[in-house]
Design a protein around this ligand. Sequence first.
Ligand SMILES: Nc1ncnc2c1ncn2[C@@H]1O[C@H](COP(=O)(O)OP(=O)(O)OP(=O)(O)O)[C@@H](O)[C@H]1O
Ligand SMILES: [Mg+2]
Ligand SMILES: [Zn+2]
Length: 715
Amino acid sequence: MLNQALPLLHSHFGYDSFRKGQEQAIQSILSGNNTICVMPTGGGKSICYQIPAMILQGTAIVISPLISLMKDQVDSLLQVGIPAAFINSSLSFHEANERIQEAKRGAYKLLYIAPERLESPDFIADLCDMEIPLIAVDEAHCISQWGHDFRPSYRQIQYMIDRLPGKPSVMALTATATPRVREDICQQLDINEENTIITGFERENLSFSVIKGQDRLKYLIQYIKQNEKEAGIIYAATRKNVDQLYERLRKEKINAAKYHAGMGDQERSQEQERFLTDEASVMVATSAFGMGIDKSNIRYVVHYQLPKNMESYYQEAGRAGRDGLDSECILLYSPQDVQIQRFLIDQSSDRSRITQELEKLQQMTDYCHTESCLQEFILNYFGESDTQPCGRCGNCTDARASIDVTKDTQMVLSCVIRMGQRFGKNLTAQVLTGSKNKKVTELGFDKLSTYGIMENKGAKEVSDFIEFLVSQELLGIEQGQFPTLYVSPAGKDILLGKQQVFRRETAQVKQVSKNDPLFEALREVRKRIADAENVPPFVIFSDAALKDMCAKQPATNEEFLTVSGVGELKLQKYGLEFLQAIRAFHETNPDYQSEFETSPKQVKKPAKSAAGDSHLETFKLHKDHLSIQEIAEKRGLAISTVEGHLLQCAQQKLDVDYTRLIPDEYIPLLEKAVAEAGRQRLKPIKDLLPEEVSYFMVKLYVYYLSKAQINTMIE
Ligand SMILES: Nc1ncnc2c1ncn2[C@@H]1O[C@H](COP(=O)(O)OP(=O)(O)OP(=O)(O)O)[C@@H](O)[C@H]1O
Ligand SMILES: [Mg+2]
Ligand SMILES: [Zn+2]
């Protein structure tokens, strides 16, 4: 049966070859195994169940958590000639019933349903009358309480499967599952863990970066303007933030849409529609927006505030570049956000999850502070160990020069102290730049020795610099009615001349994608067709397909078929129009040379089965009381790899026996070093210790401490 798969991929989806893991997943299902498929967002999970659904007799059921995405998915299938339908609460009773009757007749190859349907016994009875070879559970992490998106109705799935007369195969699909969540999914859906297809979480077309200590609004506006023609999402933390940001962008004449749970249903879906149909290029939203959004041509995702954990971050950021083209994910970091997130966690109703959530928040903050590869940090977080720096992210490519700003820092810090550490950023900047503002004189700040010592700079520039000092945690912010500045212990060291401060030049905004006139022309053709057919443009062709057209410039039907994303049905429906547009373009631009290369590069690495579990293997041996040395020998690994595994286990809250890994006599030394150096950074701690105490021990100890502390906080 597998030999039918590739021809279907050609004829319907118009792709040349399978991506990593797809073939194995299809094979596994066709051999009748329940299977779990873990691939990153945009990795191509849908095809893993859509192709088996076409090959197998009967109708495959797809469980999908959000109504908004079902329609686009079904539209996309219909576009390539695969009969499909969805049933959810957006339909009237009558419409739903009609589709059920059609489904019983076997009219569809795929039927998408919302999990809540499974709570109705009548609906389950209807399913029993259908021939169902396959159940695909999309966003399968929703089944687990350990995940970040638990949906109780997912628990009905196994109940339903048990009731069906035939024994359908089950395929679970998710982009974000830590090993623990994966285990939970397998257990609940009766999947043998051997049948795990996992391709690794790396997204080779995304470049991540964290921007700190810069004016974020200014950065954002510049960025959007620089990438005006491209679609992007801006995530903000609260509804209020979204509203404010949206207004600001509108003022800048940026064509933005907005989305949050406080808006009416109708307005929300209108705004979503404007974004999906390329009417609005930017979507400003809370995390309520986007789960399962299939829009494939999103070129950037900016987080205006810190998300609450890495799972949410990677999922949201991962909405960029689903078409495989280069895209950017930018996080604008400011330390105050950590406090806001902590506050939100504190307010949350489920007390039992607080420890876990604080720990996740800590890891999110660590991400913002790491100086190593950001993509690698993410991969390690999700349990991959044999990773390498990506060479694309902000940290890997940072070539900015550092400037010594110790003097300026001392001026600001001493001014803050002289003002009594009771005022905010703006007033401090005014004093430093010698403003004649009434408040400054009324409070007598014009008499301070620091008044006007930075008068060669603008107030805005100084206030940006203060932001930078906050991001370096040299200044702290006391939240109250008005946020006020104080000098942190690290800041005091600067005042005492114990350390220097360096600042990188400001990060410049980049242009994600090249401008190409033919691409623009084809975009217009696509938009026209999409409007006429009342579907979003990306359902007609992805940006990747349009760029491949620019590169190949097909002149005949045969040539058009070689374009990635063009199958037979799409050739029939749209070939003529696009071929004509390309010809017309040639006539007016005879010298045109495309900016794009043919077909996006496909880096093929073999999918490992259940890769990323290597650390669990190590953990087993650790539990059997083997030393690090012994584990390394037995597994043929480097000592550092084994150490890495154990840290990973500790992070995943597996019960690592610290006492066997850190010799007793080092504990008091570590204790003392941490008391002296704090535990923000490892190097100062390490510097205080004898050579024999390794980085590994320091890390493990610090990790152990923060865990112990969170535990006592809760108790
Ligand atoms: N073999 C392939 N060759 C080229 N493009 C492909 C291939 N398989 C899938 N794609 C394209 O990749 C994009 C993402 O696929 P898909 O929607 O299945 O991602 P996903 O893994 O389900 O992501 P998410 O986690 O966001 O749901 C789609 O535009 C799809 O058409
Ligand atoms: Mg999907
Ligand atoms: Zn990197």
